[in-house]
Design a protein around this ligand. Structure first.
Ligand SMILES: [Zn+2]
Length: 453
């Protein structure tokens, strides 16, 4: 009933057009233990004591208060049991989700301190799902320092805080099957209560209290990543699917990629390693003979890589797979290198198919280790014409086996991460240059507004 009212209220406000604010819940349900991490016993510690009762939607109703500072919650025979430190029964209830609210302050659970309430739900295994019902501002204070170093400039932290808040609201009910919104791992956002919060990160949350990203009248999800290396990218060029208005690639004129050593990178892969990575990703390909960037985006990021094998067959890797399939840091790179051509030895020399001849530096190796270069390399054998052709390997060993030798490819790039949305290193650079968090968000998210939730 409450949700219907909120939705209706938001609708009326938008129709009247007098306010730009939307209406969202202030309370998030964050899963701290569930499924494989569900617990048999949950211990809560709070020096002020607790109220114990039930939670309906996000409304807590207390049935009993206790000054006991340590509670032990278990479930057996369809009954939730709350015991004190010495094992005495404080409360028990059947068939309902049990909720515990501290009288004040933070509560210690599993070594971390949390604001808010705790709800326990028995799973079919008999173990307990543990859920922290927490105000969204306290939640954002918890996650912010796990996403960006709290030592970074305040305007960058404020931009990240608005992203984190928007992300949370955009993922309500993500873990509905277990009765909560967000989990506490990188699957959603890392959250261990107040563990890493400090005055700098808390200030960033307080100074942006309730602020979220909006685009086209709707909540915008604040996707972010570490470093653009020069340009961010359109969402559809990375994840496929429909273009999203605020996730447009931008030339990143602010980020200083060299600010972090890992933002400039180089990876060398042998032809065999590339073959293996492609096969692991489900592509059907033989021994790799050539690897090339065959399409770039308007932002000059890599959009397609074509890999050709020694039989002339090729596969084209597209979108974000150009990073993930090869295990690279970003989609912004060049490829240099060559494979050593392999062919079949035949009468009079080594046979290769001319479709394999894609680079002037390619060469074959005979069993004696002698190289026969193909193409226009000075002083080496040149091939012309079409179809299968013969080259001679100038050794006595050319009629034997041909080594299937691997070449190698050097992927040299800048940036780190998926490239969609805000670059965190870019946000840091902009903040250091004097830009505000609003400037930062509007630079990385095309056409967004910052609204009060
Ligand atoms: Zn999750």
């Amino acid at each position: 009933m409450k949700r219907i009212f909120c939705s209706l209220f938001a609708f009326v406000v938008l129709c009247v057009g007098s306010l730009a604010s939307a209406s969202y819940t202030n309370i998030l349900r964050v899963g701290l233990a569930y499924s494989s991490t569900a617990v048999s016993v949950a211990n809560l510690i709070n020096s002020s004591g607790f109220s114990i009762g039930v939670m309906n939607d996000t409304t807590f109703t207390g049935s009993q208060s206790t000054s006991e500072t340590t509670l032990k919650i278990t479930y057996a025979n369809n009954t939730y049991l709350v015991q004190g430190l010495s094992g005495q029964t404080i409360y028990s209830v059947s068939g309902e989700n049990i909720a515990v609210r501290p009288i004040s302050g933070t509560t210690t659970y599993d070594g971390y301190n949390y604001y808010g309430d705790f709800v326990f739900k028995a799973e079919s295994s008999g173990k307990l799902t543990v859920i922290n019902y927490v105000n969204i501002e306290d939640y954002v204070k918890g996650v912010l320092p796990y996403e960006m170093s709290a030592s970074w400039p305040i305007e960058a932290l404020k931009a990240q805080a608005v992203c984190a808040r928007s992300f949370a609201l955009g993922n309500l009910n993500k873990h509905k099957a277990y009765g909560f919104d967000l989990c506490n791992t990188t699957n959603c956002q890392v959250y261990h209560g107040t563990e890493r919060a400090d005055s700098n990160s808390n200030d960033a949350v307080d100074q942006t209290k309730g602020q979220i990203l909006m685009a086209d009248g709707k909540l915008a999800t604040g996707y972010f990543f570490s470093s653009s290396g020069g340009a961010t990218e359109n969402n559809e060029n990375v994840w496929g699917g429909t273009p999203i208005s605020y996730l447009r690639g931008v030339k990143d004129i602010y980020e200083d990629a060299s600010a972090s050593s890992y933002n400039v990178w180089s990876v060398t892969l042998t032809a065999d390693q590339i073959t293996s990575k492609l096969k692991s990703a489900g592509y059907s390909i033989g021994t790799v003979a050539d690897v090339k960037v065959t399409k770039r985006t308007e932002m000059d990021n890599v959009n397609e890589v074509t890999v050709t094998d020694t039989s002339g067959k090729s596969v084209t890797i597209k979108n974000g797979s150009v990073r993930t399939v090869f295990g690279l840091n970003s989609i912004r790179y060049t490829i240099n290198g060559s494979s050593i051509l392999t062919g079949s030895s035949g009468s009079g020399g080594l046979w290769v198919n001319d479709s394999q001849i894609t680079d002037s530096g390619l060469y074959a190796i005979g069993a004696g280790g002698n190289k026969a270069y193909i193409g226009s390399v000075s002083g080496k054998t040149a091939l012309t014409g079409s179809g299968k052709q013969t080259i001679s390997i100038s050794s006595s060993n050319d009629s034997g086996n041909v080594n299937v030798a691997s070449g190698s490819y050097v992927f040299s790039g800048t940036g780190w991460g998926h490239s969609v949305g805000m670059s965190q290193y870019g946000a840091r650079s902009m903040a250091n240059m004097g830009f505000s968090y609003s400037d930062i968000l509007k630079f990385y998210y095309t056409g967004i507004t910052i609204s009060q939730m």
